[in-house]
Design a protein around this ligand. Sequence first.
Ligand code: HEC
Length: 231
Amino acid sequence: MSNNENMSFWQRFIKSITKANELGHEEDVMLDHDYDGIKELDNVLPPWWLYGFYITIAISVFYYIAIYILGWYGQEDEYKAELKAYQAKVAKYKKEHPELYKTENLVAFTDAQSLAKGKELFATKTCTACHLPDGGGSIGPNLTDDYWILGGGFQNVFNTISKGGRPGKGMVAWEKTISQEDRQLLASYVLSLRGTKPATPKAPEGDLWDGDKKVETNNATEPAEEKPAEE
Ligand code: HEC
């Protein structure tokens, strides 16, 4: 410290922001413990680092007050604005392509994400109450076989879910309470159950269908031993 006067401005500046202990003066800051010959120096925190730390604390207080108390534009507003912009884009696209949402143009979803959503709806919209979670059927018919009372294939299944079954049978018209997109997801999920093995399958009811084509047989409700190969 004695040679302070001989230091250049730059050296003094560096020294003031680091407060580094000079080499050769380690004993001044040496702590008195000793681990197998390893000793520890009690150096001060460098002021440049310490002030940076204080500044981040000050910014956090400023940020908190600005965003959460004064309600300035923050991340959440940014997110909401972006979401709104994208929702508007989707709405615009839907408006420009009405043919995509015409019932006769709808097709089954086959991607895992849509089928997972369909499965969720199948439970939350109470379909499981009459068809069982695995589609094996109880009050309602088995949805896993190739026999359909009201017609197989996406369009027929979608139509049944939308318009309901025969009067008095218990399958209501869901179009009043379930959106078109959700009904499309449900129909897709129902079709994906084809060929799965429910725990307590109800005997087949209705006519044998090969996809969306009815198979002409004399005794349609007889359980089929061999499922017709498809795809
Ligand atoms: C209250 C009981 C009940 C509920 C709840 C119910 N269903 Fe049904 N479902 C039936 C009955 C009964 C039939 C047979 C209708 C008939 O014979 O006309 C049926 C028929 C069907 C069929 C046609 C089966 C065939 O063989 O043609 C599909 C598909 C179907 N339901 C899907 C669903 C979906 C999806 C839901 C949930 C949104 C649902 N059901 C909720 C009772 C129910």
